[in-house]
Design a protein around this ligand. Sequence first.
Ligand code: PMP
Length: 358
Amino acid sequence: MSARLQDIIRPEIAALSAYAVPDARGLIKLDAMENPYPLPESLRDPWLAVLKDLALNRYPDPRAPELASMLRESMGIPSEAGLVLGNGSDELIQMLALAVARPGGKILAVEPSFVMYRLIARFAGLDYLGIPLKADDFALDLEAVLAAIERERPLIVYLAYPNNPSGNRFAAEDLVQIIESAPGLVVIDEAYAPFTDASFLGLVGDWDNLLVLRTLSKMGLAGIRLGYLVGPAAWIAEIDKVRLPYNINVLSQATASFALRHKSVFDEQARLIREERQRLYQGLKQLPGLQPYPSEANFILVRVSPSQADRFFARLYDAGILVKNLDGTHPLLADCLRITVGTPEENARVLQALAGLL
Ligand code: PMP
């Protein structure tokens, strides 16, 4: 007799759909917070020269020593802190879950925020608690978070700083209170660090339960999948035990090291994106009926008129622009679209298409 799906697959997995990514071929892709600028032409040959010498027949060095020291130096990681690399920061969220998972174990995050905190908790059989942000401006409800921490004793608290999808940055002093009250780990997810001026990275070590999660995706290297987690060495050593032996492939290691040697190129791209964010925000604000939220990241959350999100999404799609329609994904995101900041031309196309609709 053959195995039956419902006897083997856990019910909470059977109830999920696989993570779907829309087909963006031929469209201006503003749905996934990518950097719109490719590797500059002048760096292509030097990069290929690096790749040419790689040994593809050998497993990668699991310690990735060159990349690790480049990251430490170029990102300002405190010298005594531990560092572990992941295949994107997604994989590090998964490693954290694997390291702590036990029956009844809890993960806490605010909502709406990055969906993988909830999904990965579920994959690992952990309970997930989502504490709503404030409805009018997506600010942290500090009292509610502290009360939930006290009541539920979560193993891990996740806070995205700045937050996705709202784009705001929570008050640093609130995060400090959370770190000081939490009985478990607090992971500050700084995926959008290139687009803001505040960071907890330099404070790693000041509290024994603070970890900072970063990624190279948003800075312009989403294709190579490289995330990194920084924290007190003793914690990182434990997380490292659940890492798959060769999780960062040779192409990604070499490409990331190469890119960090040319980090000023990416810093300049981030500066342009920040400038464009301001222009896109002002442009959206001037369109009647649209409510853009201020952003410290490389995307802008926009609320459109009630029940109009599908129409706006479709209109942009017809104009060749793919954004993210968040309507229906969370009560606080009713009528909301999230638009990644693109090149000046792409952003002008967005504003033009929206103006045509109003
Ligand atoms: N954290 C946050 C807050 C994000 O928004 C994202 C991507 N959307 C990630 C982590 C994952 O990034 P990656 O896996 O590409 O490193």
